[in-house]
Design a binder for this molecule. Structure first.
Ligand code: EPU
Length: 342
């Protein structure tokens, strides 16, 4: 198999932020074998490797990446039905929303609330993508990966992925040695719908005739997301830029005293998740804030946007300003959800 390695490829075009310098070397891996070959090439030439999926959750430095960027394009979706149980084995390079649509077409429940999330199937377990009361970990049976050090294959069961809010084993130092090649999902036919999340519940309350079906929920989520989140055709963005912070109960109570309207979600008896968008909007006044060519999206304060010709440095400066403001007003240390590549 001939590995086709390009040089000086602009990464801005491969990211939804539309930001980033060149990859010194760049190649596409459309199979596990091609991926192993690319890694071997990088090893021989002593190059650092960055694995690219849909480029929808990364901020690439203006200086680009000095090593080999491998774009995963492993395709294929195989469904297997056994009564009400459905298993789907999906290539890491498959577009996430394409997979969700395939499930809805087949009447398969489990990922419909995660409609329209940008990115690839292989990236979904890494940050345990979540939206509208669902997280991908609820449907993952196993994750197939290639160890980039030993070139061995490994299959991780769901518990071995150590999923938590926007986090997994694949984000930890040891986990970063693994490149995801395939994800196996455990889904259902004839299951129930999850319409309890505030935005979806409100949508159904406003549109009582809207069908309470798989297709109906997917359409509702698409409508809600389209209203709140920027159109990727018009803006550069990576969606939520920060994670929603989890604070101790005492800390939350002191915030509640100062800001009686602050929303919250109980995580457990000890800790509380605070919707950072609310803080950025109502406490810090960042919604619609613009600085240079970048800014805070007018309909969702957790989302940073590139209005065109924005740079990685400009996003970073804005993000740091927001982190300082949140710390000063609420004593919360926030962290980016977006992955920095440099
Ligand atoms: N809010 C404001 N101002 C705003 C936006 C929101 O006050 O500008 C308030 C809302 O009224 C709501 C709360 O903040 O009470 C939470 O807002 P929302 O439901 O929009 O969700 P979020 O916590 O900001 C998370 C995910 C999104 C996901 C939505 C919907 C994270 C980091 N983000 O956002 O994921 O789509 O929930 O479930 O957990 C992403 O990861 O890129 C992403 C977009």
């Amino acid at each position: 198999m001939a590995l086709h390695i390009k040089e000086y490829v602009s990464l801005a075009e491969y990211t939804t932020f539309k930001i980033g310098g060149n990859a010194r070397f760049f190649c596409i891996a459309d199979s596990e074998e091609a991926l192993a070959e690319a890694i071997t090439y990088a090893k021989k030439n002593d190059l650092p490797v960055f694995v690219l999926g849909g480029g929808s959750n990364i901020l690439v430095s203006d200086e680009g990446f000095p090593g080999l960027v491998i774009k995963i394009e492993i395709e294929g979706i195989e469904f297997e039905e056994n009564g009400d149980d459905v298993t789907a084995s999906v290539g890491a390079g498959v577009n996430w929303d394409f997979f969700v649509e395939e499930c809805v077409v087949r009447g398969v429940f489990g990922v419909e609330n995660l409609s329209l999330i940008p990115g690839t199937v292989g990236a979904a377990p890494v940050q345990n993508i979540g939206a509208y009361g669902a997280e991908v970990r609820e449907t993952i049976k196993s994750v197939h990966a290639l160890n980039r050090i030993t070139l061995e294959r490994k299959v991780f069961s769901n518990p071995e992925c150590v999923f938590s809010y926007r986090d997994s084993f694949f984000k930890k130092a040891e986990g970063k040695n693994f490149i995801i090649t395939r994800v196996v999902f455990s889904l259902k036919k004839n299951s129930s719908l999850n319409t309890a999340y505030k935005d979806i519940a409100e949508y159904y309350a406003r549109n009582p005739e809207h069908p309470k079906t798989l297709r109906g929920v997917r359409d509702a989520v698409v409508t809600i997301r389209t209203k709140k989140l920027p159109d990727l055709e018009k803006f550069g963005t990576a969606g939520s830029f920060f994670k929603n912070p989890i604070v101790g109960r005492k800390h939350y109570e002191s915030l509640k005293e100062k800001y009686p309207d602050i929303p919250s979600y109980a995580v457990d008896g000890e800790s509380v998740k605070i919707p950072l968008a609310w803080v950025l909007d109502n406490v810090c006044g960042f919604k619609g804030y613009r600085k240079d060519n970048v800014g805070v999206y007018q309909n969702q304060a957790l989302v940073l946007v590139n209005f065109g010709n924005g740079t990685s440095a400009q996003i970073d400066t804005l993000a740091k300003e927001m982190m300082r403001a949140v710390k000063a007003k609420t004593n919360i240390e926030i962290e980016p959800e977006v992955h920095y590549v440099n």
